[in-house]
Structures are given as structure tokens and as C-alpha cells.
Design a protein around this ligand. Structure first.
Ligand code: ATP
Length: 234
């Protein structure tokens, strides 16, 4: 059983008492630490776990509850009451065995939801076969997003899954000067304008009476086959 606490590292909370806004983040590398920090900033009760004492030391300056433990050790995770957290996220990418064993331990301990990061298709396939709630591929997802930004000059491209994507772009003159209701974009063009940002303004929800100007940025949700047809020239 390997949980190692040091004097400078705070103790983890005894029990998050099934708080639906709670998560265990296993692995506090670049991805895990940024996830844990953002979750905590959003009000989620976070327990960070890493086996590397230096990583734990650094992380303890950024998140409240961090513990040094080997996450492949089921007994150690049981003692940390990981099943009391609403979600367990394994962010170990490089060490395939550690990733699989940690995810397996969370499943065995009945952690209500288990998410895991995969650094390769093979790793993702194994994690999916194990019955992980969700496997994500940050490197390839980011690559896809960057490729669409470069190829189509979208300011942002986020694959939503299920054949849909969200893009931030501006639209051509055909879409300017009339209300979105008159343009009937959703029916005629097959995409939805969900939000709009006029120059130097904040984003606002788009509605039927919204009128676009050429300099406006829009947030569009559409099937991916339609997205490629959206251009600023139209
Ligand atoms: P990133 O890109 O997010 O920095 P990575 O995929 O390059 O991550 P990994 O080597 O996979 O990095 O490890 C991420 C973190 O997981 C490291 O801080 C490492 O110490 C931790 N880690 C690795 N194995 C275990 C384990 N068995 N138990 C707990 N933490 C672990």
C-alpha cells in the first residue's frame, strides 16, 4: 500500500460525501494539473494524485488537496475513498501499464464515472474495452482543431462528436444586413448561429431579430459536412 504524505503536502479530504461536484485527478502532468486547477476554480472538489514527490510539491501550490500515491495500487486508492468522488480521471498518457491499471482500479472500486486520457489509438481501444465512461485524446483532438483553423481560417474549431462541430468565424456579405429570422439560416443553409460578438463587444446569444455586420464574429454549430462549406466569401 503506497500513500506517501510529506509535511509540506496537505492531507486529502476524509470523504467528499458523494458530492456530485467532486473529482479525483490521477496524474498531475501538464494535462492533469491544468484540468485539476480548472475544475477547482469552477467549484469542483478535487483530489489530485501523483506518484512523483516533486510533482506533488508543485501541484500543492495550485490545488488544495494533493496526495502522493501510486494509483496502480488499488488498496491505496481505496484508502483515499476514490469511490466517494463523482468522477475519476486518469490523465497518465506515457505509461500504458500505469494508465490501464489505474483505470482498472477506479472501475473495481466502483468510482461512479471513470474518464481517461489516451495518447494513442491502441491505448484508447483498451480503455474503451474496459468500459471507461469516456476516453479522450487531447493530442489528436488538438491537432484536428488546429488543422481546421489553419485550413479554413476559422478562429476556432471544436469537434463536438456525433458528426457535429462548433466554429468561430465571420460570415460573408450574404448574411449581413438582414435579421437571422429573415435569413432562415438553419433551414436554408443547415447551420445554427448560436452567438455573436460585435467588434469590441462581449459575446451575446443570437436570436431571430439579430442582424449581422461584416465585422461580427459568430459562433456556429453545424454538421461537419456543412462546416467546410461555410466561408467568409459567401
Ligand atoms: P502530460 O502531457 O500531461 O504532461 P504525459 O502523458 O506526458 O502527461 P505521463 O508520463 O503520462 O505524462 O504522466 C503524467 C503524470 O502522471 C506524471 O506527473 C506522473 O508522475 C504521473 N504518474 C505516472 N504513473 C503514475 C502512477 N502509477 N501513479 C500516480 N501518478 C502517476
Amino acid at each position: 500500500m503506497s500513500i506517501f504524505n510529506t509535511n509540506s503536502v496537505p492531507e486529502p479530504p476524509a470523504h467528499p460525501t458523494g458530492n456530485p461536484q467532486s473529482a479525483v485527478v490521477i496524474g498531475l502532468g501538464r494535462f492533469g494539473l491544468s484540468m485539476a486547477t480548472e475544475l477547482e476554480a469552477s467549484g469542483v472538489e478535487v483530489l489530485g494524485i501523483d506518484c512523483n514527490p516533486e510533482v506533488v510539491q508543485r501541484a500543492s501550490a495550485l490545488i488544495r488537496h494533493v496526495v502522493r500515491a501510486d494509483a496502480t495500487d488499488k488498496e491505496a486508492l481505496a484508502q483515499l475513498a476514490v469511490d466517494e468522488y463523482a468522477c475519476g480521471v486518469v490523465t497518465i498518457g506515457g505509461d500504458l501499464a500505469a494508465s490501464i491499471l489505474s483505470a482498472s482500479a477506479l472501475l473495481t472500486l466502483h468510482c461512479p464515472q471513470v474518464w481517461a486520457k489516451a495518447s494513442s489509438v491502441e491505448q484508447g481501444e483498451i480503455l474503451n474495452q474496459m468500459g471507461i465512461t469516456r476516453v479522450f485524446y487531447p493530442e489528436s483532438e488538438m491537432g484536428l482543431r488546429a488543422a481546421h483553423q489553419v485550413a479554413q481560417s476559422f478562429e476556432d474549431y471544436i469537434d463536438l462528436g456525433h458528426g457535429f462541430a462548433l466554429v468561430i468565424t465571420s460570415l460573408g456579405p450574404r448574411y449581413c444586413g438582414k435579421t437571422l429570422g429573415e435569413l432562415d439560416v438553419r433551414r436554408r443553409d443547415g447551420f445554427s448561429i448560436v452567438a455573436i460578438q460585435s467588434p469590441a463587444d462581449t459575446w451575446e446569444t443570437a436570436h431571430a431579430k439579430t442582424i449581422l455586420s461584416p465585422a461580427d464574429r459568430v459562433m456556429v454549430v453545424a454538421p461537419t459536412r456543412i462546416i467546410s462549406k461555410i466561408t467568409r466569401r459567401d
